[in-house]
Design a protein around this ligand. Sequence first.
Ligand code: GRF
Length: 203
Amino acid sequence: MNKLNIGVVASGRGSNLQSIMDACAGELIPARVAAVLSDNKDAFALERARRASIPAFHADFDSFPGKPAYERSIINILNEHGVELVCLAGYMRLVGRDLLAAFPGRIMNIHPALLPAFPGLHAQEQAWKHGVRFSGCTVHFVDEGVDTGPIIIQAVVPVRPSDTAEDLAGRILEQEHRIYPEAVKLFAEGKLEIDGRKVRIIA
Ligand code: GRF
């Protein structure tokens, strides 16, 4: 089977990037990480990519006249590396119209809550403060909204009475590292079909 080329866009530590790189390297998914991009030059995600000899790029938002030009530079890098699927992994910016249009139905994100509950920043803390009994994580396709796109996979994590927000975030992260590679695998195998708000998983 031909390997799918993935581009990962991250702003921070890159543990989800690592889980995808590991799954690719271990041949658990028929894909390879072809490029890693970050809007943050100090993101550890870039360092993880370099250590794995994967091309790593810093796209400096402030050095462009605006979002369209910034995204155009990202699109160019992704295209130059033959990227077919874009995985956002802790990317702290809203994806703009240009990037969405360049990869229609081909951008995924991971969110640390059971969407549509607790979108946006600090989702684990939002859930913990709200007093929910269960939270979790969601891999979804990206649309123009904040964490609103069609849902691919979710994992449920119980909230224990003794949990701090950090405890909960840690247990959610373990599940993120399991379901993100799983979603990428389904995509790489051609098993995901978007039908309006729903994502059909073809057996
Ligand atoms: C994860 O919790 C992810 O769900 C959220 O941002 C965090 C990124 O962590 N979107 P990492 O950089 O992958 O370690």
